[in-house]
Design a binder for this molecule. Structure first.
Ligand SMILES: Nc1ncnc2c1ncn2[C@@H]1O[C@H](COP(=O)(O)OP(=O)(O)OP(=O)(O)O)[C@@H](O)[C@H]1O
Ligand SMILES: [Mg+2]
Length: 503
C-alpha cells in the first residue's frame, strides 16, 4: 500500500528552482529515507507534503486520494506531521503544553492530557517527562517532544528532517527504535539524512534527490553502499574526517583562558559546575559530551550571551568577564552557536543584513550603514564560503541548512578572530558541507586562531582536535590525546564512567 505519493513536484523561488519534477513514493508501515546534498530540495519537498508550500506543479496523494493543502493545518488534519530541522518549541512551556499547543484541548483536563501524553510516550518508547520545561531538556529530548506533538495529532505520516543531526549515537539508536515502532504500527516515516549507516540501520527504502530531481526512487537500502550513495548524491564520494595534518606549532601564551566557570539554571542547579580550560594559538581543543551536559551554557557564557554565576574569561591578557558580547567579539572572540536560527542568524532579515550583523560599525560611520559596502561585504562572504543563495535581499529563512551554516561561519571568521568557539559547526551538513566547514576550521587554526570545538560527532573531534576534553554533568571530567585515545575510552567518559571501564 502506497501511503504517500508525490508526483512531478515543481517548486520555484525567486532565482532558485528548489524542486524540478521530484517524485517520492512511500509505502505504509515503512521508514523511507530521503537523501541528497545540501540544497538538493529535500526540505522544500517535505514542506510541500506538510502544506507549508503549494507546489507550482505536481500532485500530492495520501492513500491514493489527491490532496490540495493550502496551509499546514490541512496537512495535519490529513495525518501528516513534520519535525523540522530547527525545533519549534516554546522554551518556557512544559513538554505537555508544547505537545498540545494549537490543538483543540480546551475541554480536556490537564491531568488527563499529561497521562495521555505519558501513555503515548510509553507506547512508542519516547522517554520524556510531561511536566518539565523545554529549556531544561537536551536536544534529544526536545526532538522526542516534537515527535509526540505529531503523534498527539494522530500523524499517520511523520516527516523527520535530519533528525539525528542533533543526537548522540545512543539517542540516534533510540530514535531508530522509535521509528521502527511507529512503522510496525502501520505508519509511514520519512527520514531525511546524510548518514549512510543510520539509513541502512533504520530505513527500508531510500529516494535520492539531486538538483531538485529524483535520481533514484524507492531503492531498497540493502542496495546502498558508500560509493553508490556518494555517486547518487553528488556524483563522487568525498573523504572527510581524516586526521588533520598540523602545519603550525601550537603557541605558548593562551588566547583563551576560562577559570572556574559556573552557570546555574533558574532552579539553582549547576549546569556548568566549575570549568577551567585554556586554548592556545593554532590549537584545536575539542569538547565531547552527550547533549545537555553543559556544553551549550559553557559556550554561551564564554561568549557573554548568558551571565556566568562565577568565573572568568580572558582573551589574550584582556579580562572580559564583565564585558557584553560585542566587546568580547571586538577583543577577538568569535562564536558560531549551536542554534543557527535565533541566536546565530535572524531568519526574517535578508542575506545582506545577516552578513553584516556583526560588522556594521566597520561598514559605515555613525548609525547609518553604507549600503554599497554592506552588499559588497555580503557578496564576498557568499562567494568565499560558497553559499548558495537565490537573491541577496530575500529573507534568510529560505536558505537550506547547509547554506545557513556556511554564511554563519563565514561571517564569524571574516574579522580574523584570535579565538573561535564553534558549537556543532557541521551538524546536519552533507559530505561536502562538512568538508568545507572542517577545512575552514583547519585553515583558521593554521593561521594562528585558537579553536574551541564543541561537537557531538566523535569522528570529527578525533580528526581535528589537538586535545580532547569530555564534559559530563557540567564538569570537564577527562582529557584525552586524540592520537592515542580510543573511541570507547572517550565514550565511557561521556557516559560519566571511568577510563578503566572501557576495557
Ligand atoms: N523559501 C525559500 N526562498 C528562496 N529559496 C529557497 C527557499 N527555500 C529553499 N530555497 C532554496 O531552494 C534550494 C533547496 O533548498 P532545501 O532547503 O529544500 O534543500 P535541502 O535539500 O533541504 O538542503 P539541506 O541539506 O542543506 O537542508 C536551496 O537552493 C535553497 O536555498
Ligand atoms: Mg533541509
Amino acid at each position: 500500500m502506497v501511503a504517500v505519493e508525490l508526483n512531478g513536484i515543481w517548486k520555484r523561488f525567486p532565482g532558485v528552482i528548489a524542486n524540478a519534477g521530484a517524485n517520492l513514493h512511500v509505502r505504509s508501515g515503512t521508514v523511507h529515507a530521503v537523501l541528497g546534498e545540501n540544497g538538493a530540495g529535500k526540505t522544500t519537498l517535505m514542506n510541500v507534503l506538510a502544506g507549508i508550500y503549494r507546489p507550482d506543479e505536481g500532485t500530492v496523494e495520501l492513500d491514493g486520494i489527491e490532496q490540495d493543502f493550502s496551509k499546514p493545518a490541512d496537512a495535519i488534519a490529513a495525518g501528516v506531521g513534520m519535525v523540522y530541522q530547527e525545533f519549534r518549541l516554546i522554551p518556557t512551556f512544559t513538554v505537555a503544553e508544547n505537545v498540545v499547543l494549537g490543538a483543540a484541548t480546551a475541554t480536556i483536563a490537564k491531568s488527563k492530557i499529561e497521562s495521555d501524553i505519558a501513555d503515548l510516550a510509553e507506547r512508542f518508547g519516547l522517554h520524556t517527562d510531561p511536566g518539565r520545561e523545554i529549556w531544561q531538556l537536551s536536544m534529544g529530548e526536545r526532538q522526542r517532544v516534537e515527535i509526540l506533538k505529531a503523534l498527539w495529532r494522530d500523524a499517520q505520516v511523520l516527516i523527520l528532517d535530519e533528525p539525528t543531526a542533533v543526537l548522540t549515537p545512543q539517542e540516534a539508536d533510540e530514535l531508530g527504535r522509535i521509528t521502527g515502532a511507529m512503522a510496525a504500527d502501520g505508519r509511514s516515516i520519512i527520514f531525511i539524512s546524510h548518514k549512510l549507516d543510520e539509513v541502512k540501520a533504520f530505513c527500508d527504502e531510500a529516494t535520492v534527490l539531486r538538483g531538485g530531481k529524483t535520481v533514484a526512487a524507492s531503492l531498497p537500502v540493502t542496495e546502498l553502499d558508500a560509493d553508490k550513495m556518494g555517486e547518487l548524491m553528488v556524483g563522487k564520494a568525498t573523504a572527510v574526517s581524516q586526521r588533520r595534518v598540523r602545519t603550525t606549532e601550537i603557541g605558548e601564551a593562551p588566547v583563551l583562558t576560562v577559570s572556574d566557570m559556573r552557570v546555574n539554571d533558574l532552579h539553582g542547579r549547576a549546569v556548568v559546575a566549575g570549568v577551567d580550560l585554556v586554548v592556545r594559538p593554532s590549537e584545536i581543543v575539542g569538547i565531547a559530551g552527550v547533549a545537555g551536559n553543559g556544553q551549550r551554557p559553557l559556550a554561551d557564557a564564554i561568549a557573554g550571551l548568558i551571565k556566568a554565576d562565577k568565573g572568568s574569561v580572558v582573551v589574550g591578557d584582556q579580562d572580559l568577564s564583565a564585558s557584553p558580547p560585542r566587546a568580547r567579539n571586538t577583543a577577538g572572540l568569535a562564536y558560531v552557536p549551536e542554534d543557527r536560527i535565533g541566536v546565530g542568524l535572524a531568519p526574517r532579515m535578508n542575506v545582506v543584513e545577516n552578513a553584516i550583523m556583526r560588522n556594521y560599525r566597520a561598514l559605515g560611520s555613525g548609525p547609518l550603514v553604507d549600503r554599497k559596502a554592506a552588499s559588497d561585504h555580503a557578496e564576498d562572504l557568499v562567494e568565499n564560503f560558497n553559499v548558495k543563495v537565490g537573491q541577496m535581499h530575500a529573507p534568510m529563512a529560505g536558505l537550506s541548512g547547509g547554506n545557513l551554516q556556511r554564511l554563519l561561519v563565514g561571517r564569524e571568521i571574516v574579522d580574523e578572530p584570535r579565538v573561535l568557539i564553534a558549537a556543532q559547526p557541521t551538524r546536519g551538513l552533507d559530505v561536502q558541507g562538512v568538508a568545507a566547514i572542517q577545512g575552514i576550521l583547519v585553515e583558521q587554526a593554521a593561521s594562528g586562531v585558537g579553536i574551541l570545538l564543541i561537537s557531538e560527532d566523535l569522528e570529527e573531534l578525533f580528526a581535528l582536535s589537538d586535545r580532547l576534553l569530555v564534559m559530563h554533568e557540567g564538569e570537564v571530567v577527562a582529557e584525552f590525546d586524540p592520537e592515542t585515545a580510543t573511541r570507547s575510552e572517550v565514550g565511557v567518559a561521556m557516559a560519566g564512567g571511568h577510563a578503566e571501564d572501557a576495557a
